[in-house]
Write a protein that binds this ligand. Structure first.
Ligand SMILES: [Zn+2]
Ligand SMILES: [Zn+2]
Length: 368
């Protein structure tokens, strides 16, 4: 690779993406320079572009889940499995880094996704510090970043197609504690919801009900493992019709588990109603503040003896489990979530397409 490296920079919310050259970094011991193979534009990037996430140090190089080939490693560098990482290896990395391991969130509460020191490639790493994002021809992996070799059996398009949504879904499945034979409702058929459907299926759910739009995404939800599709939007199902459909599928009880991956305030009251008494509701789609949700705590929570859990971010174990799942289940069409490839100079179009929900996710090929 040359001495100057091309990257796409988000300078501020609502501003056009700019192409800039960055110097090739000097690597300290334990660092890696990755020649980027593929990165992504996901819903989070649209939120970043809208300025809807707090604490983002613009300008940034977005692209938090990415894959590449090791161009240089200032050794010795070891992967998360303890094996050496060498030049030429096809690798992926866990985008969360600098989790401190010492604060109360990390040690006392064991909730490292709430560690205040935690930083995320492409989201909370400033471009002023260098190549900390996947919308670039190279990514600087600082010492301590969790690196893993991408298993030979895993196609690049499946890894990035699953991407951050798959990592989040692994965490959701853990929080949801899906049991064999459960009926699971998934609200939302974006990248997170689609992956959650696939994981509910391999976790042993007997029936999976997907709620969302548009029709093309519901068709993909079916390919990911959903049995019943309930379309949102005018002219599609009503709230009451969706509730009745879930009751009809569950002996009139409601779903054992409801997963919210919609990110809409109105989804919460509906989700509470779709869960059976004593069931579980995992809320993971409200990654940004979309406002208040109106609920009736007596009817919808207390009297139902309902369990409600939030789910924030992911940990290294979710990253590694995602790799194992991809390796074991090549038939799940994660690649179809990443509908189109875009070059670095096309990322304004990619953001516009993701914003308009024309695609669940865009793939970024910085060499195109
Ligand atoms: Zn911490
Ligand atoms: Zn993402």
């Amino acid at each position: 690779m040359s001495e100057s490296i091309l990257a796409a920079v988000m300078t501020a919310p609502r501003q056009p993406i700019e192409l800039r050259e960055f110097p090739r970094p000097d690597l300290p011991g334990g660092a890696v320079l990755l020649k980027t193979s593929l990165s992504e534009v996901c819903g989070t990037d649209v939120h970043l572009w809208h300025g809807r996430l707090a604490g983002v140090p613009y300008p940034i190089i977005p692209g938090h889940v990415s894959a590449g080939v090791v161009d240089a490693a200032r050794g010795p560098v070891t992967g998360l499995d303890g094996s050496p990482i060498r030049e030429g290896d096809r690798v992926v990395f866990f985008d969360v880094h600098r989790t401190c391991g010492r604060c109360r969130a990390c040690t006392v509460h064991r909730t490292p996704t709430r560690c205040a020191a935690r930083r995320v490639y492409g989201i909370t790493d400033p471009a002023s510090e260098g190549l900390f994002g996947g919308w670039a021809r190279a990514i600087y992996l600082e010492p301590g970043v969790g690196i893993a070799r991408l298993p030979d059996a895993v196609a690049l398009d499946d890894y990035i197609g699953g991407g951050c949504g798959l990592l989040t879904a692994v965490h959701i499945a853990e929080r949801a504690e899906i049991r064999l034979g459960d009926t699971v409702v998934v609200q939302g058929v974006g990248a997170v919801g689609l992956s959650a459907i696939a994981l509910a299926r391999i976790a042993g759910a007997s029936r999976i009900i997907a709620i969302g739009a548009p029709q093309s995404r519901l068709a993909l939800a079916s390919e990911m493992g959903a049995d019943i599709l309930l379309e949102l939007g005018s002219g599609a199902t009503t709230l009451e019709a969706r509730r009745q459909a879930v009751l009809d599928a569950t002996h009139g009880e409601g779903a054992d588990v409801v997963i919210e991956a919609a990110g809409a305030a109105a989804a919460i009251s509906e989700g509470l109603d779709l869960a059976r008494a004593g069931g579980r509701y995992v809320i993971a789609g409200h990654y940004t503040d979309v406002g208040d949700s109106t609920i009736n705590a007596h009817q919808q929570i207390n009297r139902k003896h309902l369990e409600i859990r939030g789910c924030w971010g992911s940990e290294a174990r979710h990253f590694l489990r995602a790799l194992s799942i991809l390796e074991r289940h090549p038939s799940i069409p994660f690649r179809k979530i990443g509908a189109r490839r875009y070059a670095l100079h096309e990322l304004n179009d990619a953001l516009a397409d993701a914003e308009a929900m024309r695609i669940p996710k865009a793939l970024v090929d910085p060499w195109q």
